[in-house]
Write a protein that binds this ligand. Structure first.
Ligand code: ATP
Ligand code: MG
Length: 428
């Protein structure tokens, strides 16, 4: 026997037992985004490596050590997208969609990062990505946050808290960055390996370290808020006033920085208390410089991405996933003539009643075995196609969830007969 082929580590199947939560999340999200005027966009899984290097930044973890990059047969360096924003911006530019126009877009799909797989952290993971292009904010920043808060409410997810911060402008950040490098440089012996590596390329990201041994050092570090330019300060104050006005609770976390270089001003993150480690379920921010940086005309923009696996885990734990619907009718087939006629009859019925959930017994089996399957299916009614009945031009029906006898209806009026039988049952 040939050996079994192993799945790729950190790349998961979504099985039928889990799909209910995924579909529920997708349906609720789709409806909500449409009601706010967001349109779906589907961008490629593969892009030129250069796109991510330029958008996300060479010194980020994502570009530095997490990308799935390969050379294709034509010699081009391509990368499986580690996030969606860069691809969406590229699509807006490639399709000539900027030109002073505004776009409210969303995208759902898998992302790829070569990280250490663990609960809530995978190498292929799904994101819902939401982007508002063309508005400088802060009204659109506030509305995006309100949209995400409403999504948690519709999904019946509680216990999510919001952290916000302002990263200012690249100019104000440059000055802060210099102060930070100075501070960490003075305390270099207290830095862990990761942080020492970040000191040269991405010192802000050191603030993000979860290492307990580093927390004291971090709490003494200078704060970005002290270096904010006036306009960013006012932008952030206005955002806070809007969130207060709409009644969304938040915490200002002056150490909230994001792992991607393109952010400026508003950044935010929704955190769950349910997981100690992978606790960020939705993260985003403003990226006013990115579009110009990728060769488009300068256009302000803001967006966020939520991690579908992490949200699905919360949904499942909260038990707020609707159960799959069982069939309405299970079709039991008995006899040679009945077997020959069953598919035609059931297909006709599907044409006449497109919404009816019908499960036809396949692969034979005696009467008793078929009724066992019918019971197990959860159907409310069994439709019996039998030789004896067919000889008399009728079909039989038997309720499966309540004690009542068998009835019959003429083959010609099968659809109407089923309607009546189903309407007569308790749980309709
Ligand atoms: P983290 O701090 O958990 O690494 P991140 O800052 O890298 O997250 P983003 O790049 O902003 O995350 O992605 C947005 C969201 O996507 C995160 O909030 C998280 O819910 C989810 N996410 C990110 N990386 C992974 C992963 N490897 N596996 C599963 N979900 C992920
Ligand atoms: Mg990460």
């Amino acid at each position: 026997m040939a050996g079994e082929i192993q799945p790729v580590r950190g790349i998961n199947d979504v099985l039928p037992a889990e799909i209910g939560a995924w579909q529920h999340l997708e349906t609720v999200t789709r409806e909500l985004l449409a009601s706010y005027g967001y349109e779906e966009i589907r961008v490629p899984l593969l892009e030129r490596t250069e796109l991510f290097k330029r958008a996300i930044g060479e010194h980020t973890d994502v570009v530095g050590k997490e990308m799935y990059t390969f050379t294709d047969r034509g010699g081009d360096s391509l990368t499986l997208r580690p996030e969606a924003t860069a691809g969406i911006v590229r699509a807006l530019i490639s399709n000539g969609m900027l030109r002073g126009q505004r776009h409210k877009l969303w995208c759902l799909g898998p992302m790829f990062r070569h990280e250490a797989p663990q609960a809530g952290r995978y190498r292929q993971f799904w994101q819902v990505d939401v982007e508002a292009v063309g508005c400088p904010g802060p009204d659109v920043d506030a509305e995006l946050i309100a949209l995400s808060a409403r999504l948690w409410q519709r999904l019946k997810l509680s216990g999510l808290t919001l952290e916000i911060n302002s990263l200012g402008t690249p100019e104000s950040r440059r000055e802060y960055r210099a102060r930070l490098v100075e501070y960490f440089g003075k305390h270099e012996s207290q830095l862990d390996d990761d942080s020492r590596r970040r000191l040269g390329g991405n010192p802000l990201r050191i603030l993000d370290s979860k290492n307990p041994a580093m927390q004291e050092l971090l709490s003494g570090a200078p704060l970005l808020s002290e270096y904010l330019d006036d306009e960013s300060r006012e932008h952030f104050a206005a955002l806070r006033r809007m969130l207060d006005g709409v009644g969304i609770a938040y915490q200002v976390n002056p150490r909230l920085v994001r792992g991607l270089d393109y952010y400026n001003r508003t950044v935010f993150e929704w955190i769950t208390a349910a997981a100690a480690a992978q606790n960020a379920v939705c993260s985003g921010g403003r990226y006013d410089g990115l579009i110009a940086q990728l060769g488009g005309e300068a256009t302000p923009a803001v967006g966020f991405a939520m991690g579908v696996e992490r949200l699905v885990a919360l949904l499942a734990a909260a038990g707020s996933v609707p159960l799959p619907l069982p069939p309405d009718v299970y079709v039991v087939v008995n006899g040679v003539r009945a077997n020959a006629a069953a598919l035609t009859l059931v297909e006709r019925l599907r044409s006449e009643r497109p919404r009816l959930r019908l499960e036809l017994n396949l692969g034979g089996g005696n009467f008793k075995a078929q009724f066992r399957r019918a019971d197990k299916s959860g159907a409310r009614l069994a439709l019996i196609i039998g030789d004896d009945e067919l000889a008399r031009g009728v079909l039989a029906m038997k309720p499966l969830r309540e004690e009542s006898g068998q009835s019959e209806c003429p083959v010609e009026s099968l659809a109407a007969g089923l309607d009546a039988a189903l309407a007569g049952l308790r749980s309709g």
